[in-house]
Design a protein around this ligand. Sequence first.
Ligand code: DGL
Length: 291
Amino acid sequence: MPLEATRSSSQAAGLALGANSPVGIFDSGLGGLSVLRAVRAALPDERLIYVADSLYAPYGERDDDFIADRTLAIGEWLIAQGAKALVVACNTATAQSIAQARERMSVPMIGVEPGIKPAALMSQTRVAGVLATAVTLRSARFQALAERHATDCRFILQPGHGLVQAVERCDIDSPELIELLRSYIQPMLDANADTLVLGCTHYPFLDKAIRSIAGDRLALIDTSVAIARQLERQLDLHGLRAAPSHAAELPRFCSTSDGQMQQQLVASLLGLDVHVERVVIPSRRTLALES
Ligand code: DGL
């Protein structure tokens, strides 16, 4: 399964959560908007709060302790805002710190991981590329996932250095970006890969750029729709689905940076003209950076 969810014992012990409370979704930056888009389509009655930790993106270039520190701080901040469930819409944060976060959080948490299983099921040539952050690829969680499915399918693992930064500045089609992507994808095509796992939630924004390089030779695996379905199952399981009367509310968009790029991407991706709130979410490591 590319996804998973759990519920902590403190919640099982009876922490009151309202079905009409919002779902918190967060990412190191703008990538999680690809997940938010799928959640809105699948669960239009849910109220959503999105946090982009853009001030500290990319996580893929950070150390493990930093990623865990931010994941815990943002998760706790969202719970303090009333979130009834959390979607860690970041492969890197899930891979590195969801186990730790689950011990601390009092609400169901849905994580994401690269779609290795669907790729192994789908690939005809039995060669699939995986584009993800270096942190995700080197994590024990990813290694275990890949081992489970790599028996008769070869995975070509490629860290996507520079790609998160490009999406964060809303560059999804510049000639420099296409050349960078080509340097990652061409070796996969040369090795006869027919499937490409988008193992970072920022990468679905690069689908057109990838198509311009690979045409139809690669089936792209993006798990955002599966994540939305998993959230739906977890909300149902815990009796937390919003009542239909709460439809049509715009998500609350928050950023730890100035939010301008988020506003731009939300307009072009979701067709929404929104205000992005700048929020301060202190954590042990960022306080240390600032002092
Ligand atoms: N969207 C994040 C992911 O899915 C990007 C991580 C990063 O900031 O490097 O991995």
